[in-house]
Design a binder for this molecule. Structure first.
Ligand SMILES: [Ca+2]
Ligand SMILES: [Ca+2]
Ligand SMILES: [Ca+2]
Ligand SMILES: [Ca+2]
Length: 328
């Protein structure tokens, strides 16, 4: 049962990155909208935006404005290709989408790849250092005319802090693993120049962002658009067992997740419902993974090098045999 206690401690620390949600009076609280109904509205708005706006991208290698993106409403369709026109393009920019199952529905998250990056990709629970610009989408009515507008709510041009994808909005943790870092050089004045980094734009339904709560200046139920540049990543070890979470991604798809009860999880060795990245005893032999991978001399043995010891993973003496090498 200790495992379950630990698991819940980890889960309750999963809060939104921008946690300054509005403080409503109890009298103002209304039940949140149905996720499927809101998603239908969101995806309609997102696709309208993709089809009625075009982008311009700054190409300025080595400078801070490289890969900055501007969105503009199309006024000359012949010369302003919509963002949607890049759908599944064979060259960049390339508009792709990713399915995310949550809230008993399947969300579609569009993301535009300006370039993929040349370095390493984060997994969905790693930390990222990323420059970004965030906009929210809303239908506004002026003189009885409804129009879809994007309003910028935040710009981080010189990011200083790694943000954990484990605690950001779901949209971020789903899309950043599709991109890679680039390279960087330290300048004499103490600044850092980044180049060849992955850069893109993600279009997030509100159910994978702040939903009914909104955040700071973001209205409730607003889909979000983030343009971003992935500068650096920071590997994290959620269960502190000495194995970074990206190495507990057994099927190597870039994602480790807690899935609903009864759903097969490829990243859960002992099939107890707790994926390896949160499970302090991955193989349920009663010995913590951390203990198992610490050799007699105190050094951590790489997980892949741990011997199976006669192949009997239920042997209670497995650790002792492993340490005194009596099984091989
Ligand atoms: Ca770990
Ligand atoms: Ca996985
Ligand atoms: Ca497990
Ligand atoms: Ca174990």
């Amino acid at each position: 049962m200790n495992k379950f206690k630990y698991y819940f401690i980890l889960i309750i620390t999963t809060f939104s990155l921008f946690s300054c949600s509005k403080n409503n009076d109890a009298s103002e609280i209304t039940p949140p909208r149905d996720f499927a109904v809101q998603y239908a509205t969101d995806i309609t708005n997102i696709e309208e935006y993709l089809k009625t706006y075009y982008i311009t991208v700054v190409d300025h290698a080595g400078f801070v404005d490289d890969q900055d993106v501007t969105y503009t409403k199309i006024t000359d369709a012949a010369n302003q290709p919509s963002i949607y026109s890049y759908l599944n393009a064979s060259t960049f920019p390339k508009l792709l989408s990713r399915e995310v199952k949550l809230h008993d529905i399947t969300y579609k998250v569009y993301y535009l790849v300006l370039r993929e990056g040349t370095g390493a990709a984060p997994c969905n629970v790693d930390g990222v250092l990323a420059a970004y610009k965030g906009d929210y989408l809303e239908q506004t009515v002026t003189s009885n005319v409804t129009s879809l507008t994007a309003t910028t709510f935040e710009v981080a041009k010189y990011p200083q802090q790694m943000l954990s994808l484990y605690s950001t909005i779901t949209g971020w943790s789903e899309i950043f693993p599709q991109f890679k870092t680039g390279s960087y050089t330290a300048n004499n004045d103490g600044t850092v120049s980044y180049s060849d980094f992955g850069a893109g734009v993600m279009f997030i339904p509100s159910g994978l962002a702040y939903y009914s709560a909104g955040s700071a200046s973001i209205p409730a139920y607003a889909p979000l658009i983030f343009s971003f540049k992935l500068y650096e990543i920071n590997r994290q070890d959620q269960d502190s067992d000495g194995i970074p979470s990206y190495l507990e991604d057994k099927n190597g798809d870039g994602y480790v997740k807690v899935l609903a009860t009864g759903v097969e999880n490829a990243d859960d060795t002992d099939k107890d419902g707790i994926p390896d990245f949160l499970d302090v005893d991955d193989d349920a032999d009663g010995y913590s993974t951390k203990l198992e991978i610490t050799a007699a001399n105190g050094t951590i043995i790489p997980f892949a090098d741990i011997p199976s010891c006669d192949g009997d993973t239920t042997d209670p003496a497995r650790l002792k045999k492993h340490l005194d090498k009596s099984c091989h």
